[in-house]
Design a binder for this molecule. Structure first.
Ligand SMILES: [Fe+2]
Ligand SMILES: [Fe+2]
Length: 151
């Protein structure tokens, strides 16, 4: 699953955000908080937004249609995407950044784990090999669209 690569990256970032918010990594204080906030914005524009689009345009519609028992979960995941996008925008703020960072890390990690443990599991169990291949190609196409735009 090409999405798992971003998930690893996302989990590492989520952990750094929480540690930064708790003052456990350097540089501490405002400078470190600003660095993490910038890292999130960069991750968002280079990976995460495109990743969300691949899920929203390829994976989720396929699953909603072909694997009906995934529908409730997909509604939750879409609501997560909305919250994560809002939280990333909220990080532009000048005050309360530590709490915003901690909450962002928490939200991102829970979302990724839900996808890995629940959604991907359903997909692996219930999509046929041909369907899986088709969805994978579609996801790659959307992710590559992002790569090309950056070149
Ligand atoms: Fe997602
Ligand atoms: Fe994801």
């Amino acid at each position: 699953m090409p999405l798992s690569h971003d998930h690893h990256h996302g989990l590492a970032l989520a952990l750094r955000c929480r540690k930064q918010a708790l003052g456990q990594i350097k540089p501490m204080g405002v400078r470190g908080l600003r660095e993490r906030a910038r890292e999130i914005r960069d991750f968002f524009s280079t990976n995460l937004e495109r990743h969300f689009q691949a899920e929203e345009q390829a994976l989720f519609p396929f699953m909603r249609l072909s694997i009906p028992q995934s529908r409730t979960l997909i509604d939750v995941l879409l609501a997560d995407h909305k919250k994560i996008r809002e939280a990333a925008r909220g990080l532009e703020a000048d005050t309360g950044v530590a709490k915003l960072l901690f909450d962002f890390g928490d939200l991102l990690e829970r979302h990724i784990r839900r996808e890995e443990r629940e959604l991907f599991l359903l997909f692996e169990e219930l999509a046929t090999p041909e369907e899986a291949e088709g969805v994978k190609r579609e996801i790659e196409r959307i992710l590559e669209r992002g790569e090309n735009e950056r070149l």
